[in-house]
Design a protein. Structure first.
Length: 97
C-alpha cells in the first residue's frame, strides 16, 4: 500500500518569517509566564489576594495565561496565512516560467 500526501507541497516561501514570528511570540509568552513564576517564588502570599468575582490572583493569572496563549495562536495563524498568501502570490506571478 502506497502512503503519500494527498496533495504535494511546494516550497514554503514564508518559512523564515513564520519561524522568526513564532520565536518572538514565544518570548513574549515566556516573559509573561516568568512573571507568574516569579510571583510564586518571591511573594507567594500575593497569589492569595482576591482580584475579581471572588477569585484569587493565582486563578485569574492562570486563566489569563491560557487565554493569552490561545489569542497568540490565533494572531500567529492570521499573520502566517497573510504572509503565505503574499509570498505565494508574488512567486506565482514572477517566479514561474
Amino acid at each position: 500500500m502506497l502512503h503519500e500526501p494527498a496533495q504535494s507541497c511546494g516550497k514554503d516561501f514564508a518559512a523564515g518569517y513564520k519561524s522568526k514570528l513564532g520565536i518572538k511570540l514565544f518570548l513574549v509568552y515566556a516573559v509573561i509566564y516568568a512573571g507568574f513564576v516569579a510571583i510564586n517564588v518571591i511573594k507567594p502570599v500575593l497569589m492569595e489576594k482576591e482580584i475579581i468575582f471572588g477569585l484569587n490572583l493565582a486563578v485569574v493569572y492562570g486563566f489569563g495565561l491560557i487565554i493569552f496563549a490561545l489569542l497568540l495562536a490565533v494572531f500567529y495563524n492570521h499573520l502566517c496565512i497573510k504572509r503565505e498568501k503574499a509570498a505565494n502570490g508574488s512567486n506565482a506571478k514572477g517566479g514561474q516560467e
